[in-house]
Design a protein around this ligand. Structure first.
Ligand SMILES: [Zn+2]
Length: 294
């Protein structure tokens, strides 16, 4: 099989295969590669779960809905519940499955700024750090204390009771300590950087410490230019200072390679889903799982 990125795809596979450790950093582009555009456009998922809100408020994508100034908490929580419910029920799709197959049996770790819970669906909890929060949890809005609340049951109940873009008042979730409302545990003005947040960073740091001197691959997937400080810059810095590190960024638009890393990295400016699919197919061929090319 030949296409315009077969050379880069093969290089990706070679680096994955020969690395002692693989640190994946993934951001919004990964969701786009999975086929989800619902954060910024009214795609079929938006229509299914949030269509009524889109028509009522004129939202273009779910992102709009988070920043809208609702008149009442009943209306705001109806939107939040529908949006979080949508996230929790998106199928994780081929791109995640392919990444899983590429990493299976390897010494790897994933750090993500995505809050959509898709990585946690397929990958074990001890191999994923969500460093910008995660819709599976709610926190006190203040926050008055350091506990998170699991959101699943609360969200499902709210979602099931939405009528005319509102939930019943008694379903608005409140803090068990101070009685204020809860908030989704995602990056925002009140984001709780407490125990769980520190644990997410500790998991990642432990992996880095254990593998610092080894041949480590930093694989960046779908990181944009807006917030480079969370994944991209740490990846660049570690690749630069660790002698055996290598950096690969896959992103159709935003992949960048600083000139200092010219010898220690590549960018693949292609669709992440296509590249991973190619790599998996090639891997299977090499392992003789399907009709191998001669
Ligand atoms: Zn509280």
């Amino acid at each position: 099989m030949k296409n315009n990125f077969s050379e880069q795809g093969n290089l990706l596979l070679k680096h994955i295969d020969t690395a002692d450790a693989i640190c994946v950093g993934a951001a919004a582009g990964m969701s786009v590669a999975a086929g989800y555009d619902c954060a910024y456009h009214n795609d079929k998922y938006f229509e299914k779960y949030l269509g009524e809100f889109g028509r009522k408020y004129g939202f273009e994508g779910s992102f709009n809905g988070y920043y809208y100034r609702y008149q009442t908490s009943e209306e705001r929580w109806a939107f939040l519940a529908a949006s979080i419910y949508m996230n929790m029920n998106l199928p994780d799709g081929m791109v995640y499955q392919n990444l899983f197959e590429l990493l299976e049996g390897k010494n790897y770790f994933i750090v993500t700024t995505n809050q959509d819970t898709l990585f946690s669906r397929r990958f074990p909890e001890n191999k994923v750090s969500t460093i910008q929060g995660d819709f599976r949890y709610l926190q006190c809005v203040r926050p008055c204390h350091d506990e998170l609340f699991e959101s699943k049951e609360l969200i499902e109940e709210m979602y099931a009771n939405i009528r005319d873009c509102r939930i019943p008042t008694e379903l608005i979730p409140h803090c068990t300590e101070c009685g204020r409302e809860l908030e989704p545990w995602v990056r925002g003005f009140t984001f709780l950087e407490g125990k769980k947040y520190r644990e997410e960073y500790e998991k990642w740091n432990r992996f880095l410490l254990e593998n610092k001197g080894k041949k480590i691959l930093f694989l960046e997937l779908g990181v944009g230019r807006m917030t480079p400080m969370f994944i991209r810059e740490p990846f660049w810095n570690m690749t630069y200072s660790w002698s055996q590190a290598f950096y690969i960024a896959i992103n159709p638009k935003d992949a960048l390679l600083p000139k200092e890393l010219k010898e220690k990295g590549i960018t693949i400016k292609e669709d992440i889903a296509d590249v991973l699919e190619y790599a998996v197919r090639r891997k299977r061929e090499l392992e003789g799982k399907v009709g191998a090319e001669s």
